[in-house]
Design a protein around this ligand. Sequence first.
Ligand SMILES: Nc1ncnc2c1ncn2[C@@H]1O[C@H](COP(=O)(O)OP(=O)(O)OP(=O)(O)O)[C@@H](O)[C@H]1O
Length: 233
Amino acid sequence: MPFLEIEGLIFNYEDMHMRFDLAVEAGECVGIVGPSGAGKSTLLSLIGGFEKPLAGTIRVGGEDITRLPPAERPVTTLFQDFNLFPHLSVAENVGLGRNPGLKLDAADQEQVAWSLRQVGLDGFEARLPGQLSGGERQRVALARSLIRHRPLLLLDEPFAALGPALRVEMLELTDLLRKAQGLTVLLVTHDPNEAARIATRTAFIAEGEVALFGTTDEVLRSDNAAVREYLGR
Ligand SMILES: Nc1ncnc2c1ncn2[C@@H]1O[C@H](COP(=O)(O)OP(=O)(O)OP(=O)(O)O)[C@@H](O)[C@H]1O
């Protein structure tokens, strides 16, 4: 049984009609690529529960989560604009992932320290986001996702604002954490090379549907007209 099963998931924005079907195995990293406006972010919003489908089901680990509120889903989402609070320390920003009211007991504090160790930021607890580089800020956001211990991690172009070397570093860290924590990852990216680097499989989204789903190589080499247009070949 796939870990994530999306069946006949229907959603409309005015005249944009979407219908998603996708089955992802536990522990995979699935790259989500496709033209601008195809529905990649919408697919992630539906899985995260930030948008409500008109029909269809989303199951995670066999459980139907289609109608659960976002906070109760076994899902955490990391967006590009990492959403760190500038007046809170690194430790507090991470602690928010554990308790939005920041009432953190000793076990929570230990979890904050654990999460920061996972992303290579131990010793940064007291700093403010303004005292960090872009890459370090992104690591804090990743730590805040990890502290939630949700098995499904959704990444919506999280590293797009970083330079090429940092982007590779963050991709490799994500891959390492996926394997170490047994996470299942969906990564929306505009860069097919990112998908090629860490995705076990890639879904090509076009006009509100999963048009192709296979190994990244199969998808990127496909003769599909939309893929060729997307890649400019
Ligand atoms: N809040 C909204 N209201 C109305 N239409 C929207 C809204 N958000 C997205 N859309 C439309 O839905 C479609 C899918 O948008 P979505 O952001 O999911 O695409 P995407 O593939 O993630 O694009 P991009 O690569 O540019 O981020 C687009 O046609 C977009 O214009």
